[in-house]
Design a protein around this ligand. Structure first.
Ligand SMILES: [Zn+2]
Length: 352
């Protein structure tokens, strides 16, 4: 990245320049030739932000919402009324999660436009859709069982992740590849791809150096911390390390960059937010380490990591997060991973 913040510029505190939220079917300007749309979600996250970039007399869509009637009605109003039926030049998807890719195929067919994304996200979307490569309730159940989730809770909790096909009715069968560092020319302005991982395998963020605007996807959110979880196909992986390394990639961007996140309000002050997130994870890791004098499994540490009572849906995400934090400390050499083949075979972690 060529634009580095000058050393005398300290991080800006978090501020939210746009507090008026666009209504469903509307689009609201947030920067030169950049517009904000919002779609409701049928789960706790409540909404997703999507973005429209003017591309001469056409438009680029970034992210698409889940494929339900409500979201598609919103898109019809945006495309037909808001944009007056203008052509779409690209549909860009930041990652494979249903709220981002859900309408990509529908929009692609409706507008006769190609979908642009990173290859691992494209292939992961298809694997999850087809239940391939351990993207199954059964495999998730086995993983959670190995990390201490009681047998009577496994079926209910593991099934909470099995809604992909309800939220993504169809997927594009072809795509155009975006690679890390690539600059997409949109309306004469380069938008640089910044690829990260930890939340998803090859998550795409886009930075416009000319306007100091970052479309951060789920990698940098203003209020909630991004879900970072271990899944069955890579049960010994270290996604928390990947996530923390990935958000460091944003450190080189200018301090006054306007961040356009997938959830919450657009904000300025990304360097302060990165610091907050790092401290948040560091505190959780320290707390976790302090209770691992005795062997602990992921299920046993949930009350330490999550103070609130968790329902089955929250437990689904919390288990993946807890394993991610334990794996981080294991990879750092702070914990030993005890894969006992005695008794119930539950994996425990103990401080070195
Ligand atoms: Zn996501």
């Amino acid at each position: 990245m060529s634009t580095k913040p000058s050393p005398h510029l300290s991080p800006l505190p978090l501020s939210f320049p746009f507090t008026e939220i666009p209504k469903t079917g509307a689009h609201q300007q947030v920067a030169n030739e950049v517009y904000w749309c919002r779609h409701q979600l049928p789960f706790a996250l409540d909404h997703i932000n999507t973005w429209l970039l003017q591309d001469h007399d056409k438009w680029v869509i970034v992210d698409t919402g889940v494929s339900d009637e409500r979201s598609q009605d919103g898109w019809k109003r945006i495309l037909d009324d808001g944009l007056g039926g203008s052509e779409i030049s690209k549909i860009i998807v930041t990652h494979y999660h249903p709220d981002h890719i859900g309408n990509a195929d529908w929009l692609s067919n409706r507008t006769n436009t190609s979908v642009w994304m990173s290859p691992t996200e494209f292939l992961t979307a298809h694997a999850v859709f087809e239940g391939a490569a351990t993207h199954t309730t059964r495999a998730v159940g086995k993983l959670f069982q190995a990390h201490g989730l009681p047998d009577e809770e496994i079926g209910n909790v593991a099934a909470k992740g099995d809604h992909y096909k309800e939220l993504v009715r169809s997927l594009p069968t072809s795509f155009l590849r975006i690679t890390n560092g690539e600059k997409l020319d949109i309306c004469g302005r380069p938008w640089q791809a910044i690829v990260g991982s930890g939340h998803s395998p090859e998550h795409l963020a886009l930075f416009c150096e000319k306007e100091h605007v970052l479309i951060s996807g789920d990698m940098l959110l203003p209020k909630i911390s991004t879900n970072v979880a271990v899944w069955p196909h890579s049960d010994k992986s270290n996604p928390l390390k990947e996530f923390l390394t990935s958000i460091d990639l944003f450190q080189d961007l200018p301090v006054d960059t306007l961040v356009l996140p997938s959830h919450g309000l657009p904000f300025v002050g990304m360097h302060s937010r990165i610091q907050e997130l790092k401290m948040h994870h560091e505190e959780r890791l320290n707390t976790l380490l302090s209770i691992c004098d005795e062997p602990r499994n992921a299920f046993q540490v949930l009350p330490t990591l999550f103070e609130r009572t968790l329902d089955a849906y929250q437990t689904f995400f919390a288990m993946g997060e807890a394993i991610a934090h334990l794996n981080f400390l294991w990879w750092e050499g702070e914990l030993t991973r005890q894969e006992s083949d005695r008794g119930n075979g539950v994996i425990h972690f103990i401080k070195n």
